[in-house]
Ligand binder design. Structure first.
Ligand code: AP5
Ligand code: MG
Ligand code: ZN
Length: 218
């Protein structure tokens, strides 16, 4: 299964990516997570990406495409992969086509997670992430039993720098301007499946896997 998840910031891409990747036993690749890991390590890539991310803007295509090209060349992607947060521009989508054509491994499906803007703001403003294990919580929708402490590992929870109200608004604008056109791009290619991404996490996972199964059969 080779799948791309597309959806607004806070649509639940990372949340669903985990369950979908487990179901198909494929690696889940998030460009946002790769950038955040590089920022934590203070690598050159992290230094380049940080200012763009803090502003809610996209990291330039030439940087992002190279990272994904290298990641897809690793052996663990042979049974398939799930891309979370890439591509995000038409130029990235065209580059992904080229990368996958060269490997002779075309995409099976692009799954769009649909949520409205008010829900996105609620989800992002309450998101908390574990500094130790990376588990993602929500203060209202999926709270840990103790404030600020991860139930999975006891680690400290933090709020992402880009989950502040002004930055959330900017990320939504960027999504509408630069990423939403991919929906039409992949629909034209016959790869698009869209699901409603509101309701419980489990229900959405079931909807997602049903949509992927249907797409894989057609
Ligand atoms: P990235 O990390 O990809 O952020 P994003 O697209 O803004 O998406 P998020 O991670 O914020 O949301 P999500 O959809 O994963 O939601 P989640 O599952 O966490 O990118 C960050 C930045 O990196 C970009 O702004 C850009 O600068 C850069 N970047 C990354 N990729 C790039 C690219 N390809 N090109 C250029 N730049 C790039 O859920 C959110 C919250 O909601 C959580 O708290 C969760 O617990 C909760 N939740 C989830 N599902 C539900 C539910 N069903 N009901 C209630 N709550 C729920
Ligand atoms: Mg995410
Ligand atoms: Zn943890």
């Amino acid at each position: 299964m080779r799948v791309v998840l597309v959806g607004a910031p806070g649509a639940g891409k990372g949340t669903q990516a985990k369950y979908i990747a487990e179901h198909y036993e494929i690696p889940s690749i998030s460009t946002g997570d790769i950038f955040r890991a590089n920022i934590a390590e203070q690598s050159d890539l992290g230094k380049k990406a940080k200012a763009y991310m803090d502003a809610g803007d996209l990291v330039p295509d030439e940087v992002t495409i190279g990272i994904v090209r290298d990641r897809l060349a690793q052996g663990d992607t042979e049974p398939g992969f799930l891309l979370d947060g890439f591509p995000r521009t038409v130029r990235q989508a065209e580059a992904l086509d080229d990368i996958l054509s060269a490997l002779d491994t075309p995409l099976d499906v692009v799954l769009e997670l649909q949520v409205d803007d008010d829900e996105v703001v609620r989800r992002l403003s309450g998101r908390r992430t574990c500094r130790t294990c990376g588990h993602v919580w929500h203060v209202e929708f999926d709270p840990p039993s103790r404030d600020g402490v991860c139930d999975e590992c006891g680690g400290e929870l933090f709020q992402r720098d880009d989950d502040l109200p002004d930055t959330i608004r900017r990320r939504l604008e960027v999504y509408t301007e630069q990423t939403a056109p991919l929906v039409g791009f992949y629909d034209d290619a016959g790869l698009l499946r869209s699901i409603a991404a509101e309701g419980s996490v489990d229900d959405i996972t079931t909807r997602a896997i049903d949509a992927l199964e249907l797409a894989a059969k057609s």
